[in-house]
Design a protein around this ligand. Structure first.
Ligand code: BES
Ligand code: ZN
Length: 628
């Protein structure tokens, strides 16, 4: 990063002065203490010979810092320090004040010859980037489980690092874990289940030879099995959940090929998916070579596979071409949603892609009218986040408004021209970081200026889309005949001319049910819900997206037969996207508020720190407080 670039407001690091190029990570996984303990050895490129190394940390216990000179990183992951005769000597360090969002800067003065630094440390209970699960929270129920989630700024809670998306490193890792646990990382497994020490622990070794930002470093440890899907694809899951996962993701290899057909060769070797326990706070996380996914997309009919398309698309938009700061998140997520829908279109047809685009637009419009209504600055694609926690500013803007801008450009110039433009963007910025200003300049230079818009087409205003609030009036509108069918049936049901059972729902797919449930009016009665439930067994659905829509309505109108399922769902599932509407709906009635508090008191210990923080804030906004 040249010194003229604007700094990342979410990092203390100065990679423009001293850049960490490679890390050797070495940990013991201690399930009893819920801690990782070990070392991070960092290799440095010193642009400014007098500058110290500044690392991001939050909630880490730093035990010692050493420095060394000479040697070179070894991507084989051998960790054989003696063979490479690496010597270390004790160094002094300084931990800065603890800042609420950023954590503490770890400053290490570097002797003239130093080219590497080794930090001996342990994680603490404050490691928001790690979640330690009880056996009861796993499918197999016999062993504890650990997973990391580093995006946006949680890598620093389990690795002392330059935690800025513009700073890339290669890495190796050695992870020692008690048998029968298996460790997996977002890297190549160099050497699987090697028995190590006498205590029965096994060491797993990994190497990531392509440079990645810290937020893409990921680890999971648990009872895990693996099923091959194709030459480059496999799924990892709890053995108890593996068969269902392999069947759900059977289209993955084909999706990978279709994605390559759109925007060029897949750069990362393998594309595997790890199915996590239901406490995982997100739907998916695009950790390179190993996407992390919620089990709530396993619906039995592959209907929620667009999440796989999304995380796969990040292999280009996000992992190859990375937002320089979290203020540019739309360059990761908006591009990815656009690409995701292109993969869905190629895999499952344009009707499905159109339905998903409409569902996305509905979410965006609901947020613009709801939680974003009073925050016009957060309705811009490029946002200002100094002093703010990126977890708390999360919305559909980066995702859906971002994707709509690309759709608007596609409509204006035609698919062929737009696809060549987008492929050029990926090729030009491979393994690099991009800012919104980079995109604006690139789009003007490569598209708006040299290219003629299609006859009659309107060229979207980049300035209005990127720096203005809301949705421009000429935003593209998706349309879906399949949703029109739903609207027609729903109107007949609400008018009382057709009973629930007599509705023509034959052949309806998940997305149509989602649309139906979202379109139910606020005045819908428990009796109407009962008739729908009787006809379509909605309370029993295996599909978590449909369940979430249904249970949200049930909570709002206090439809009693669904409330036990709602309670079980909230105890088991920790995915923030589901928790927020469900708790939000409970809070709309007095009985529901009491129920929300009662359920949350039991569920909260099992939720991820990110989900906890969001639900805590939701309850606080409603004037409620939970002990914990
Ligand atoms: N990279 C995101 C998850 C994320 C974003 C984590 C920002 C932390 C901060 C991931 O690719 C994602 O977008 N997941 C979505 C699913 C997707 C289909 C929209 C999710 O988890 O809901
Ligand atoms: Zn994403």
């Amino acid at each position: 990063m040249p010194a003229t670039d604007p700094p990342d407001p979410h990092s203390h690091a100065r990679p423009d002065q001293v850049r960490v190029t490679h890390m050797d990570l070495d940990w013991d996984v201690d399930f009893d203490a819920a801690a990782l303990r070990g070392t991070a050895s960092l290799w440095l490129a010193r642009e400014d010979a007098r500058a110290p190394l500044i690392l991001d940390t939050r909630g880490l216990t730093i035990e010692a810092v050493e420095v060394g000179a000479g040697g070179a990183p070894d991507l084989s992951g051998s960790f054989d320090d003696a063979a490479r005769s690496l010597a270390w000597r004790e160094a002094s360090f300084e931990l800065g004040a603890s800042e609420p969002v950023l954590g503490r800067a770890l400053t290490i003065a570097l002797p003239g010859d130093a080219t590497r630094v080794r930090v001996r440390y342990a994680t603490t209970q404050d490691a928001t980037g790690l979640q330690w699960l009880e056996p009861a929270q796993t499918a197999g129920k016999r062993h504890p489980f650990l997973f990391s989630q580093s995006q946006a700024i949680h890598a620093r809670t389990w690795i002392p690092c330059q935690d800025s998306p513009g700073a890339r490193v290669t890495y190796t890792a050695r992870v020692r874990a008690p048998a029968p646990h298996v460790a997996v990382m977002s890297a190549d497994m160099v050497d699987g289940t090697q028995p190590s020490a006498a205590d029965g622990a096994r060491a797993f070794r990994f190497a990531m030879s392509q440079p990645v930002p810290a937020y893409l470093i990921a680890l999971a440890v648990g009872e895990l099995g693996r099923a091959e899907l194709g030459p480059r694809t496999a799924v990892w899951a709890d053995p108890a959940a593996l068969a269902a996962a392999a069947d759900e993701f059977a289209d993955m290899e084909r999706m990978l090929e279709l994605a390559e057909g759109l925007y060029g060769p897949y750069a990362w070797g393998r594309y595997d998916v790890l199915v996590l326990p239901p406490a995982f706070p997100f739907g998916g996380m695009e950790n390179p070579r190993l996407t992390f996914a919620t089990p709530t997309i396993i619906a039995g009919d592959r209907s929620l596979n667009s999440l796989i398309a999304h995380e796969l698309a990040h292999s280009w938009s996000g992992n190859l071409v990375t937002n320089a700061t979290w203020e540019d998140l739309w360059l990761n997520e908006g591009f990815t949603v656009y690409f995701e829908r292109r993969i869905v279109e190629a895999s499952y047809g344009p009707a499905r892609a159109a339905m998903e685009a409409m569902l996305g637009l509905q979410e965006l419009e609901a947020e613009l009218a709801g939680e974003l209504a009073a925050r016009p600055d957060d309705q811009r694609l490029r946002v200002t986040l100094a002093g703010r926690d990126p977890d708390e500013t999360f919305s559909s803007i980066a995702y859906e408004k971002g994707a709509l801008l690309l759709t608007a450009l596609e409509r204006a110039y035609g698919r062929e021209t737009f696809d060549a433009f987008l492929r050029g963007w990926f090729d030009r910025h491979r393994f690099g970081a991009v800012t919104t200003a980079d995109f604006e300049a690139y789009a003007r230079r490569e598209l708006l200026e040299p290219r003629e818009a299609l006859p009659g087409a309107r060229v979207p205003s980049l300035r209005e889309w990127i720096h203005g609030p809301g949705l421009p009036a000429d935003a593209p509108r998706a349309s879906s005949p399949a949703f029109a069918d739903v609207d027609r049936e729903l109107a007949a049901f609400l008018a009382g001319t057709t009973s629930a059972r007599a509705l023509n729902t034959s052949g309806w797919v998940t997305q149509q049910w989602q649309h139906l449930l979202r379109a139910l009016p606020e005045s819908v009665t428990p009796a109407q819900l009962a008739s729908l439930d009787e006809a379509y067994a909605l309370t029993q659905t295996r599909n978590a997206e449909i369940a979430c829509e249904w249970l949200t309505i049930a909570a709002r109108v206090r439809y009693a037969p669904a409330l036990p399922r709602l309670e079980r769902f909230l105890i088991e599932v920790g995915r923030r996207k589901f928790l927020m509407p469900l708790y939000g709906a409970l809070l709309t009635t007095p009985e529901g508020r009491a129920q929300a508090l009662e359920i949350y008191a039991r569920a909260r210990p099992g939720y991820h720190a990110i989900s906890r923080a969001s639900v805590d804030a939701l309850l606080a906004d409603a004037g409620l407080r939970v002990e914990g």
